[in-house]
Write a protein that binds this ligand. Structure first.
Ligand SMILES: Cc1ncc(COP(=O)(O)O)c(C=O)c1O
Length: 467
C-alpha cells in the first residue's frame, strides 16, 4: 500500500511542476500516434503507447490549467481512484460493494445533514456528474406531480422548466431526455449581478399559466458556470410555495459552500433537492457528484423499474442503491470521495473553500490596480471575468472596435493554448463582448500563478499585434 501511495503522490507532484503540454491538432495526433486497432501489440509497445499517451494529454495538474471548473486531482483521491479501479466492482448492490455502499450513504446523510440536520428522510445518490443530478431532480419532480407517470407516461411538452438564463446547459439536456423538448426550458432574466430576477420569474410563471403549461421545476443555480453568481433561493422558494412547485438547487459548482457558510446552508435547505460536485473545486477527481433530497418516497420511486427477481434481492436494511440509479453498472465514486473527505475532515474542507475565496480577493485587487486589464464584475465565488485593454483600438469605429477586441481575446487564448503557456477559457455576451473567464479550480493556485497568466496574456497580445 505504502509503495502504491508513494507512486501516485510522487507522480502527481512531478506533473504539478510540468507544463500543460502543447495543443496538438487532431490530424497531427492521428499522424504521430498509433491509433489503429487490429494487430496484437506487444507489452513493450503498449508501454510506449501508455507513455506517449501521458505526454500528449493535457496536464490538468498544472496550475496554469484554469480552463474548466475542474483541475488536477488531489493525491488522496487519486490513490482511492486507483484502488477502486483495481477492485473493479459496481455500486448496484450492497452485496458486491458493501463498504462503498455504506460510504456513499454516509456522505449523503452528512451533506443532507448540513442542510436539514439529522433526518431519516435524507436520501440521494452519487451520480456521474452535476448534469445527471439535474436530470434526477426533474425525474423526482415528475414523480411527485404524477405518481403513475412512470407506468402510464405523461405529457412532457405541456410542462416547462424555469431556470436563469445563465444556468448550465444540462437543464436543456435533461429536458431532452425527459421528452419535453429544449424549448420547454425557459430562461429567466438575470439582474446586474447575474442572479435570477424574481419579477421575471413571476412573469414567466404567469405566462406558463396563460399558455396552459405547468411548471415542472424551478431551478436555482448557486455558482453559475461563467460568473459564479448565486440565485436568490429564499425569494425563489417563496414563489415556488404558491403552487407547491419543485425547487431544485444546482450547486454543482458553488455547492461546496455548505462547508463554510451557515447562511447558504439555511437558504438551500428551502429547496426540494440539491446537487453538489466534489470533482470541481475540491479536486476529488472526475467524477464525484451528489444528488440529495428529503423527498424520500418520491426519490425511491422516481427511477425504480424492477430487477428484484434477479439482482435486487431484498435484504434486512434495504441497502442497495441500484434501484434509485439510472444505471445498472455504476462506478464506485464513493470510496475515493470518502477517503478524501476523511483525510481533510469538515474543517479542512471549510478551510479549502475559505482559502479559495481569499485568493480570489487578491486576484480582484490585482486586476483593479492593473491598468492593462479590466475586471467585469465583483466576484462572488471562484470565477473572475476580465478583459485585456485593447488601447490600439480606441480610435476605431465602435463596431469594428468590438470585433477587433473579441478577436484579440480569442486569438490570445488560442496562442496561449498552442504554446502550452496556459489554458484559460473565454465567454461572450452582448454587453461585454468576448472576455476571459478565469476559474479557481486548482487548490494550490495562488496570486503569483495568476500574475504569470496575466504576463502571458500581455506577451501574447504584443506578439499578435506585431504580427
Ligand atoms: C452550474 C453547473 N451545473 C451543472 C454542471 C454540470 O456538471 P457536470 O460537468 O458534473 O455534469 C456544471 C458544469 O460545469 C455547472 O457549472
Amino acid at each position: 500500500m505504502d509503495q502504491l501511495w508513494r507512486n501516485v503522490s510522487d507522480w502527481l507532484r512531478v506533473l504539478k511542476g510540468q507544463a500543460i503540454g502543447d495543443h496538438i491538432s487532431p490530424n497531427r495526433l492521428r499522424d504521430i500516434y498509433s491509433l489503429d486497432l487490429g494487430d496484437k501489440t506487444s507489452q513493450s509497445e503498449l508501454n510506449q503507447l501508455v507513455y506517449e499517451y501521458t505526454q500528449k494529454s493535457v496536464n490538468t495538474q498544472s496550475p496554469y490549467f484554469v480552463n474548466q471548473l475542474y483541475g488536477g486531482i488531489d493525491p488522496i483521491a487519486a490513490f482511492g481512484e486507483w484502488i477502486t479501479t483495481l477492485l473493479n466492482t459496481s455500486m448496484a448492490t450492497f452485496e458486491i460493494a458493501p463498504l462503498a455502499t455504506l460510504m456513499e450513504r454516509e456522505m449523503i446523510q452528512k451533506i443532507g445533514g448540513f442542510l436539514h440536520g439529522s433526518s431519516d428522510k435524507t436520501c440521494g445518490l452519487m451520480t456521474p456528474g452535476g448534469s445527471q443530478s439535474n436530470l434526477m431532480a426533474l425525474l423526482c419532480a415528475k414523480q411527485k406531480l404524477y405518481p403513475d407517470s412512470k407506468e402510464k407516461g405523461w405529457l412532457p411538452n405541456q410542462h416547462v422548466i424555469l431556470v436563469s438564463k445563465e444556468s448550465h446547459y444540462s437543464f436543456k439536456k435533461a429536458a431532452l431526455v425527459m421528452g419535453m423538448g429544449t424549448d420547454q426550458v425557459w430562461g429567466v432574466e438575470v439582474d446586474e449581478y447575474h442572479q435570477m430576477d424574481i419579477e421575471d420569474l413571476k412573469l414567466k410563471i404567469k405566462k406558463a399559466k396563460t399558455e396552459n403549461k405547468k411548471v415542472l421545476l424551478v431551478g436555482a443555480t448557486v455558482g453559475t458556470t461563467v460568473w459564479g453568481a448565486f440565485d436568490p433561493v429564499s425569494e425563489m422558494s417563496e414563489v415556488c410555495k404558491v403552487d407547491n412547485t419543485w425547487l431544485h438547487i444546482d450547486g454543482s459548482w458553488g455547492g461546496v459552500r455548505v462547508f463554510d457558510s451557515e447562511s447558504y446552508k439555511k437558504e438551500w435547505s428551502l429547496g426540494n433537492s440539491f446537487t453538489m460536485d466534489f470533482h470541481k473545486y475540491f479536486n476529488a477527481g472526475l467524477l464525484s457528484a451528489f444528488f440529495i433530497t428529503q423527498e424520500k418516497e418520491t426519490f425511491e420511486l422516481a427511477a425504480q423499474t424492477g430487477g428484484q427477481a434477479y439482482i435486487f434481492h431484498t435484504q434486512e436494511e434495504n441497502l442497495d442503491l441500484g434501484p434509485y440509479s439510472l444505471q445498472c453498472g455504476r462506478r464506485v465514486d464513493s470510496f475515493k470521495t470518502w477517503l478524501y473527505w476523511k483525510s481533510y475532515g469538515d474543517e479542512g474542507l471549510r478551510q479549502k473553500v475559505q482559502d479559495g475565496l481569499g485568493v480570489i480577493a487578491q486576484i480582484k485587487a490585482e486586476l483593479l490596480q492593473n491598468k492593462n486589464f479590466k475586471l467585469l464584475h465583483d466576484p462572488s465565488f471562484l470565477n473572475v471575468c476580465f478583459q485585456v485593454i485593447d488601447s490600439d483600438g480606441e480610435n476605431d469605429q465602435k463596431d469594428n472596435n468590438q470585433k477587433r477586441k473579441d478577436n484579440l481575446h480569442k486569438s490570445i487564448r488560442e496562442d496561449l493554448m498552442k504554446s502550452g503557456a496556459c489554458y484559460i477559457n473565454f465567454s461572450e455576451n452582448k454587453k461585454d463582448g468576448t472576455f476571459f473567464r478565469f476559474v479557481l479550480s486548482q487548490n494550490h493556485f495562488n496570486l503569483d500563478h495568476f500574475k504569470v497568466i496575466l504576463d502571458s496574456i500581455l506577451k501574447s497580445k504584443k506578439t499578435l499585434e506585431n504580427f
